[in-house]
Design a protein. Structure first.
Length: 107
């Protein structure tokens, strides 16, 4: 796996009529973020862009950048409704729907 690749893609729904867009790595995320018009950029936009650039320079992990992109997408209301899982620091897949007991081993 490429070190800039996300362990799970970020799934976006940029517009109601648009198909789901999947971001697989730091480059995909930067392409998406930098292509957004000014009026779609909120306060978490620049930190997400900065995190992607930092990951590209090996200053932070691609997973840390991914979390910043997810944070931005959630704020911008473009995160796909089916984006309900994440990978925690121990490498486990975590269901984001709530209960901490709902965990599965990744593999």
């Amino acid at each position: 796996m490429d070190r800039y690749q996300f362990r799970l893609p970020v799934r976006l729904k940029p517009a109601p009529e648009a198909p789901v867009l999947e971001l697989y790595d730091v480059d995909d995320a930067l392409d998406f973020l930098l292509g957004l018009p000014e009026n779609r950029r909120g306060e978490t936009f620049q930190p997400a862009v900065d995190a992607c650039f930092a990951a590209g320079m090996d200053k932070i992990s691609s997973e840390d950048a991914r979390w910043m992109v997810v944070r931005f997408a959630r704020e911008a209301e473009v995160l796909s409704n089916d984006m309900r899982v994440a990978i925690d620091d121990s490498g486990e897949i975590v269901l984001l729907d709530g209960a901490a007991g709902l965990r599965q081993r990744s593999r």
